[in-house]
Design a protein around this ligand. Structure first.
Ligand SMILES: NC(=O)c1ccc[n+]([C@@H]2O[C@H](COP(=O)([O-])OP(=O)(O)OC[C@H]3O[C@@H](n4cnc5c(N)ncnc54)[C@H](O)[C@@H]3O)[C@@H](O)[C@H]2O)c1
Length: 344
């Protein structure tokens, strides 16, 4: 196994998280960071790596196998294309891109580059997500009929200090709902159509404050999802899992999957079943908790990226796969704008 030489484009909040994950693994070394912000010099000094203004300049000088793109959402495209032009592998943060056209162009570029694209839907590296998928795909709830979920937080005022976080690309739909839709696609299968409403009633910025979404899955199941970044509530993935110390753990589950023979509370997995009883509303259901420790998804993600670079694995979240998640997420805006159901 070779040690992968990695660079980071975008040394902000999540860029730093990736740098920490790289320090935890033996398969990768961080070579350099590209970021035009003078404040990132501190991170580069701390990590004892070179700092460049631009990923193109960095790749002209440094020998790099893989680039992690963790720039603001509207700037994912150029660094990704640049890295592929240099035949580097790319781990690009979610959302994969901010438009379908950008996504298609990257997929085309990848097909003529020696580099492969892995998209940073990090939740897919959690064992509990795999377990939920296994329960549902194996018919553990009978036939999946419906699901209902929510992600409702109130982000702190400082979060919006950077102007890019007020743009539509940085709203909760493209920043947060995309995580949820990606997990739901992974667990339940593809989303066929989306109907949605969005609202700007609190902040009145370009980005939306909240959204309500209705989904039809290819397997016939229906789903609803409510999200907002302006609500004080204990119901969001981050609070449920305690994934990062920045967000206090509530342990409150956020998604319910309902099938013909049982139900599943998620992400802290609780399966509701009738046991030997007839599975109808006259018979008692009992909950069974499944305890799965939360692994470090960012570390697993870097290990997987190294395996992709080394040719031992293919990207578990390919550009095509992430483009399907992006299409479903962008359909929320289109449906809200047109008032019509959008085929994904
Ligand atoms: N996987 C996750 O759960 C997760 C979590 C947080 C953020 N993200 C995603 O990561 C991206 C960045 O988010 P963040 O919170 O770290 O933002 P941030 O504002 O904290 O950091 C972005 C950094 O990119 C730099 N930058 C801007 N343009 C650049 C360019 N062209 N080249 C190099 N650097 C550039 C900025 O100076 C800044 O330091 C967003 O797309 C966001 O959706 C994903």
């Amino acid at each position: 196994m070779n040690t992968a030489r990695l660079a980071i484009a975008g040394g902000g909040v999540i860029g730093r998280r990736h740098a920490c994950a790289i320090e935890e693994v033996s398969c990768a070394n961080l070579v350099a960071i590209a970021d035009p912000a003078p404040s990132v010099k501190g991170l580069a000094d701390e990590l004892e790596v070179s700092l460049y203004n631009d990923i193109g300049d960095l790749l002209e000088v440094e020998s790099v196998d893989g680039v992690i793109v963790s720039t603001p959402t509207s700037s994912h495209f150029l660094p990704t294309i640049t890295a592929l032009n240099f035949d580097c592998h790319v781990l690009v943060e979610k959302p994969f891109m901010s438009t379908r056209r950008e996504a298609d162009t990257v997929i085309e570029k990848e097909s003529v580059s020696r580099g492969q694209v892995l998209v940073g839907h990090h939740r897919r590296y959690y064992a509990l997500v795999d377990k939920a998928r296994e329960i549902i795909q194996s018919g553990g709830l009978g036939q999946l009929v419906a699901l209902s979920g929510q992600w409702t937080v109130r982000k702190n005022n400082e979060y919006y200090a950077s102007d890019w976080r007020k743009e539509w690309q940085a709203g909760p739909v493209l920043t947060n709902l995309i995580h949820e839709l990606d997990s739901l696609r992974y667990i339940c299968g593809d989303i066929e159509s989306i109907s949605a409403e969005i609202s700007h009633s609190i902040r009145n910025w370009e980005k939306e404050d909240s959204a309500a979404v209705v989904m039809r899955f290819a397997n016939g199941a229906l789903g609803t999802f409510v999200l907002s970044d302006q609500t004080s509530s204990p119901w969001a993935w981050e609070f449920a899992t305690g994934e990062t110390p920045f967000f206090p753990k509530s342990e409150q589950n956020t998604v319910r999957f309902m099938g013909t023979r049982g139900a599943l509370d998620f992400p802290n997995l609780v399966v509701w079943h009738h046991g030997e009883e007839i599975p109808d509303w006259n018979h008692v259901m009992k909950p069974a908790e499944i305890c799965i420790e939360l692994n470090d998804a960012y570390v697993r993600q870097i290990e997987h990226f190294c395996a992709v670079i080394d040719g031992r694995e293919v990207p578990v979240i390919s550009a095509q796969d992430a483009a399907a998640t992006l299409r479903a997420t962008l359909a929320v805006f289109e449906s809200a704008r047109t008032g019509c159901r959008v085929k994904v």
